[in-house]
Design a protein around this ligand. Structure first.
Ligand code: UD1
Ligand code: UDP
Length: 341
């Protein structure tokens, strides 16, 4: 069996299941190198205590390059099963490589949908779900989506691997106050192309943030840094920018904040797990279970009403359920042990 990761969120989400897979199966862990900067990659392998057996160091995100770099090694290893996580270009490349060498595909984080084909990940997730023999849905909602789509593979609902990693590490993480972090703040992340690459949306977001009556801490994803620089966009003075941080530091920021503003999939999940209200800066979301729980609300940049009002509304929200389950890695591996004899 072989598992592929390629980006920051995949390293984080796979952190608890990789050691279990290695213990229970003949297992190889492969990293494509789509994310390559030390603060997007190495810091996570170091902090989370996992290491890939092969690192292809691709340093690009183009699907065919990622796939071509993987195929010869996968051919040599000849795994019966390839585990593909999520919906990035690395995930798609892994599924295509697996198909080429006639390996069966197991998709973890299956059934996630924005219900918008313009979102770059949407066609990738649907294709990977269609190609997979076994599909592990992170929420009941995602399992239902797969049932409606009449997907041919076998569907399991075990929960979301982030639940284990986030709960385990947030218990351990110490809340050390940092000089540049105020006592009271909102936490912001932005990286999706619809925001980070779009100067109009970046400017709209800046004017909304300017009217928010809180300090906002913003670890800036490299894509967003480029977008801001390219279009010469200045963030308002209540926004404190920092470099992307390691996972323990990010969990500390999340635990310490009043509320989360984000366009990240993983951060929407972690917000509900840690009971922090979330405002998603998009017109859609692939985390509908958090919206159904009213722990999360959509606020696309072109909204004309006040973000500050939505912040106050969400600050009054009580979050009392985690839709992502627990002991997810163990449950997933137990099912895999039954399926793969
Ligand atoms: C990718 C995924 C997205 C996921 C996100 C997690 C695809 C299509 N997108 O988006 O689903 O939510 O990762 O963060 O796979 N860069 C660096 N250093 C890095 C990584 C990226 O400088 O370590 C810069 C590069 O200039 C690169 C740009 O960021 O061109 C975008 O990176 P890319 O991997 O293409 O997409 P993400 O926006 O990171
Ligand atoms: N994250 C982190 N440091 C940061 C920003 C985010 O460790 O500075 C973590 C966050 O906790 C979450 C993951 O990165 O687990 C989300 O990654 P991202 O937002 O890049 O991608 P997405 O989840 O949208 O695919």
């Amino acid at each position: 069996m072989l598992t592929v990761a390629g980006t920051r969120p995949e390293i984080i989400k796979l952190a608890d299941i990789i050691p279990l897979l290695s213990r229970n199966f003949e297992h190889v862990f492969v990293y494509t190198g789509q994310h390559y900067s030390p603060n997007m990659k190495d810091i996570f392998f170091d902090d989370l205590g996992i290491m890939p057996d092969y690192d292809f160091k691709c340093n690009v995100s183009d699907i065919s390059t990622l796939k071509e770099r993987m195929v010869p090694t996968l051919q040599q290893i000849n795994p019966e099963y390839v585990i593909v996580y999520g919906d990035t270009n690395s995930s798609m490349a892994a599924a295509l490589a697996a198909e080429q060498i006639n390996s069966k595909i197991i998709h973890i984080e299956a059934g996630v949908r924005d219900f918008d084909y313009a979102v770059p990940e949407e066609p990738l997730r649907i294709k990977i779900d269609e190609m997979s023999k076994y599909l592990f849905a992170p929420s009941q909602f995602c399992a239902t989506v797969l049932t409606y789509e009449n997907i041919s593979g076998r569907i399991f609902f075990t929960g979301n691997l982030i639940s284990d990693v986030c709960r385990r590490l947030s218990k351990n993480s110490k809340n050390i106050p940092k000089d540049d972090i105020p006592e009271e703040y909102l936490l912001l992340t932005i990286h999706r192309p619809e925001n980070a690459d779009n100067p109009h949306n970046l400017k709209l977001l800046c004017s909304h943030l300017k009217n928010v009556q809180y300090k906002v801490v913003f670890p800036v994803h490299p894509r967003t840094k480029q977008g801001l620089l390219r279009h010469n966009i200045q963030l308002p003075s209540n926004v404190i920018t920092i470099e992307p941080v390691g996972y323990a530091d990010f969990l500390n920021l999340l635990k310490g904040c009043r509320l989360v503003l984000t366009d990240s999939g993983g951060v929407q999940e972690e917000a509900v797990i840690l009971r922090k209200p979330c405002i998603t800066l998009r017109h859609t979301s692939a985390r509908w279970e958090t919206i159904l729980l009213r722990a999360n609300i959509l606020f696309p940049p072109d909204r004309e009403d006040s973000l500050q009002d939505i912040v106050e509304t969400m600050l009054a929200t009580k979050i009392n359920r985690n839709p992502y389950g627990e002991d997810v890695a163990i449950k997933t591996v137990e099912i895999l042990k039954e399926l793969i004899v």
